[in-house]
Design a protein around this ligand. Structure first.
Ligand code: MRU
Length: 361
């Protein structure tokens, strides 16, 4: 998608170097960063220079490519894969991508290993682009339907950044929006600011602006009132891990938005590629919920009057804070899941039917 009128992806491979857009610097600075070692990849995921479930999966896949370039050794590769999986706990795409790579690479001792690793990382990348494109084409039908009935602008609320910056291209929650916009359907997006890291304001609003999609940033607590006033036609959010039971784990605050949507009869959609489905865990309390540094809450970063990036403390110095990064929205609050395969009810039966997984208990 576009930044300054130029088409980009979030990650690419060039002359044995992985290139990423440093998302900790957006929207104020556009910096392309080089990842040269597996350690660089782990750091980029931990510090959220790259973030979003599908993108951290692909970064981990390329991290293993870098590990092989550094040292073609099976025990180093295993260590690298363990460290990559541990770099962020909640999004399942990370483990999914590493496991998929390791299936191809474990036990391969020939010089062919680099070629195999690169091919698999590229396949995962292209697959994600196609998944996201198809999520968009499937979700477009929902937006078209509302636009046809309403005969006016469709107002969509989204939380965090499940945009193209969280994937490779198109995004998940934003893909139906971009497809609708490109088709000439009038859409307007309510963008939850998404404290504490402000992925909504800093990333979603930024990328929608670059694509010319009308949007308004709101505080995380404003959605309920807007829904109550009839100013939201639907919510579309992304997810970091969706259980086969239909329970959805996503950025903290998603659950409260789903509750407000239910109370106001606003449809609540979750957009996801199949790589985000956890087929193993059934009990949502078993999902590891990332707890991040409290400094992300107590400090805020922005441009000062001289256009310099500054970080300032906004809390009382003696106060403690707790920074839980994700929550779980129970399946009963989810209207439908929008996937690359189609749209389905958030229930085990429907999800398994859609993905032909009837043999998984
Ligand atoms: O902590 P983040 O910024 O990695 O969280 C991202 C989200 O919660 C997204 O909604 C999710 O990863 C879906 S990405 C298409």
């Amino acid at each position: 998608m576009l930044i300054n009128g130029k088409a980009y992806r979030t990650i690419w491979f060039e002359k044995n170097i992985v290139k990423i857009i440093d998302q900790t610097k957006l929207p104020h600075q556009f910096i392309v960063k080089n990842l040269r070692t597996v350690k660089d990849s782990i750091k980029a995921i931990k510090t959220m220079e790259v973030r979003g479930a599908p993108l951290i999966g692909v970064t981990a896949a390329y991290g293993l490519v870098l590990s092989i370039i550094e040292k073609n050794d099976q025990s180093f590769l295993r260590e690298s894969s363990d460290s990559l999986i541990a770099s962020r706990p909640t999004a399942i795409n990370l483990k999914w991508a590493v496991d998929r790579m390791m299936k191809k690479l474990s036990g391969v001792n020939s010089n062919e290993i680099l070629k195999i690793a690169l091919e698999e990382a590229k396949t995962i990348t292209e697959e994600d682009v196609n998944f996201c494109k198809n999520i968009g084409l499937n979700g477009l039908k929902i937006i078209e339907d509302v636009a046809r009935k309403k005969k006016d602008t469709v107002n969509i609320l989204t939380h965090c950044n499940a945009g193209w910056l969280a994937t490779i291209d198109w995004g998940t929650a934003t893909s139906p929006i971009y497809h609708a916009h490109q088709k000439g359907i009038k859409v307007h997006i309510w963008v939850d600011e998404t404290r504490p890291r402000n992925q909504g304001a800093n990333l979603t609003s930024f990328e929608l602006n670059e694509e010319g999609v009308p949007n308004t940033i709101i505080t995380d607590n404003a959605g309920g009132l807007l829904m109550n006033r009839g100013q939201v036609d639907m919510c579309i959010v992304g997810t970091d891990r969706t259980l086969s039971t239909g329970d959805v784990c996503n950025k903290i605050g998603t659950y409260l938005k789903a509750l407000a949507a239910k109370d106001n009869n606003v449809p609540f959609y979750v957009a996801l590629p199949s790589s985000t489905i956890d087929w193993e865990i059934k009990d949502p309390t078993e999902i590891p919920i990332e707890e991040r540094d409290e400094a992300e809450l107590s400090h805020i970063e922005g441009l000062d009057k001289d256009n310099k990036l500054q970080k300032i403390l906004i809390y009382p110095q003696k106060s403690k804070a707790m920074n839980l990064a994700f929550d779980i929205t129970p399946a009963r609050l989810v209207t439908k899941l929008i996937t690359e395969k189609g749209i389905c009810v958030a229930s085990e039966k429907e999800i398994k039917k859609l993905f032909n997984q009837s043999n998984i208990s």
